[in-house]
Design a protein around this ligand. Sequence first.
Ligand code: SF4
Ligand code: SF4
Length: 66
Amino acid sequence: MKRTLYIQLDTQKCKACWKCIESCSNNVISKINLLWHKHARIKNDDQCTGCLKCVKACDSGALTKI
Ligand code: SF4
Ligand code: SF4
């Protein structure tokens, strides 16, 4: 899953810094954290409130407002 109602995730741009996960209080975002394959993942899209904290936290432009 790569989007909620409010935000979308471009996994190609993700640098796996996990700042978005720390910033989201609703547990929407989780990790794919394999040795050579690491990026954020939208886990609970229905929990997203559209607060956009994750978008602000992401320095890589991987998370954007829809
Ligand atoms: S917009 Fe807010 S609630 Fe939705 S994923 Fe980002 S930080 Fe979490
Ligand atoms: S903040 Fe951006 S670069 Fe960092 S893990 Fe989240 S989506 Fe990836």
